[in-house]
Design a protein around this ligand. Structure first.
Ligand code: ZN
Length: 168
């Protein structure tokens, strides 16, 4: 399962509830990331194996599982409790900044976004947005419309800042 179709990043995640904030950040960067909110870790492990996803967790129990030890399943133990440090650890460990595809996944439901024309979003976005923004994407699952507004730019800047930070 090491080769893909080339258009989508091969790095995919399943994000444990104890590091749940990472899911939105990863989607924002264009990395397919499922949020796992169940009680049964075995279910998360099965899904990660079946879909070739890397588990992100703070649960050391998962790291001790045989499938992780023998390398069949990739898992990254997140060290910090603090979301920005978590993100920084992840970006460094997996070199995430080199394969960014921002503005491609829905931040809420992880579904791939599709382009919408200016005309198509008329009446569906606030008037001031319609007046000032030209590029739009829609999530076919939840129907949210995204545009390259200030929110997106702020998140991008924050990512760049995190990527440039060091531990000193
Ligand atoms: Zn959505």
């Amino acid at each position: 399962m090491m080769s893909g179709n080339g258009s989508v990043s091969e790095i995919r995640f399943i994000v444990d509830h104890n590091v749940g904030k990472l899911a939105k950040w990863l989607r924002m960067m264009g990395y397919d990331s499922l949020f796992f909110n169940g009680e049964d870790d075995s279910q998360m492990v099965r899904q990660a194996l079946a879909e070739g996803r890397i588990i992100l967790t703070r649960d050391t129990g998962i790291m001790k599982r045989r499938v992780v030890n023998n390398g069949r399943l990739k898992a990254l133990l997140i060290e910090s409790e603090e979301p920005e440090r978590q993100m920084r650890q992840l970006m460094t460990a997996l070199d995430l900044m080199k394969d960014l595809r921002p503005f491609t996944l829905c931040l809420e439901c992880n579904h791939p976004l599709v382009e919408r024309s200016h005309e198509e979003v008329k009446g569906r976005v606030p008037p001031y947005v319609y007046k000032t923004q030209t590029q739009y994407m829609e999530c076919p699952a939840c129907r949210r419309i995204y545009w390259r507004g200030t929110h997106w730019e702020a998140m991008t800047r924050k990512l760049e800042k995190l990527a440039g930070m060091n531990d000193n």
